[in-house]
Design a protein around this ligand. Sequence first.
Ligand code: ZN
Length: 278
Amino acid sequence: MITVSAIETGKARMKTAQRVGAEGRGAIGRKIDIFRDRHWVEPLPILCFLIEHPEGRFLVDTGDTWRNSVPGYLPGWHPFYRQVQIRVAPHEEVGPRLLARGIDPATEIDAVILTHFHHDHTGGLDHFPRSRIIGPRANFAVSRGLRGMLTGCLPQRWPVWLSPELVAMDGPAVGPFPASRPVTRDGRILLVPTPGHVDGHVAVIVRGEGVTWFLAGDATYSQANLLAGQTDGVTNDPATALATLRAIRQFAAREPTILLPAHDPQAPARLAAGAVLA
Ligand SMILES: [Zn+2]
């Protein structure tokens, strides 16, 4: 038996122009739109997902950290970080959330899977000093150093022990996805490439009995965006982001799929109700 649970680790707000990039606008224009935009969306959840599987406990993404609001935590020289507001209380971090469920993050999570290395997905890594940390090799390559800091990653805040198990998408095609990477021996948890939001982004597919969970990370911010074919404002590659949205829809047309993006306020309710993507 496989179960998937949503864990909310605080809230993030972004500009409306980040949630949805203007159609026909290129990567640079979209970023200018975000800086000019004076409208903020409502606070969105920062979600992680716990997968309990016969082979172990897997956590997808780790949310952000209360330290995000400590002066000096974010690079003050980079205006991008002022375009997102993170609000996380200490007890909302993923570690305390797991403890509240009776799971010790330091010893009882077998593997953490990162969809990508943006700060609101890696901020809780400190809670897992002894877990396998699995991440996409192609995204890690663009998330380190100055390049990473310029694009929403905080490599200078990663735990000093972080040495992720970097994986390539070199397994067989899965439906519309040209490649994959199995995580479990039974093949029921696997990664597929979902580039666009950032290079090398991956989504996690979990195949249960009669239903498939699609843990989308930031491949789309919401099911509404997916259905409307709306890509986000931070992508460097809108055409690739759009192709990923199409692939997710094609995938969901082939098997009953519950879509679980990392910042979709409706995701926990869909998960609880078993509401599949039509
Ligand atoms: Zn992201």
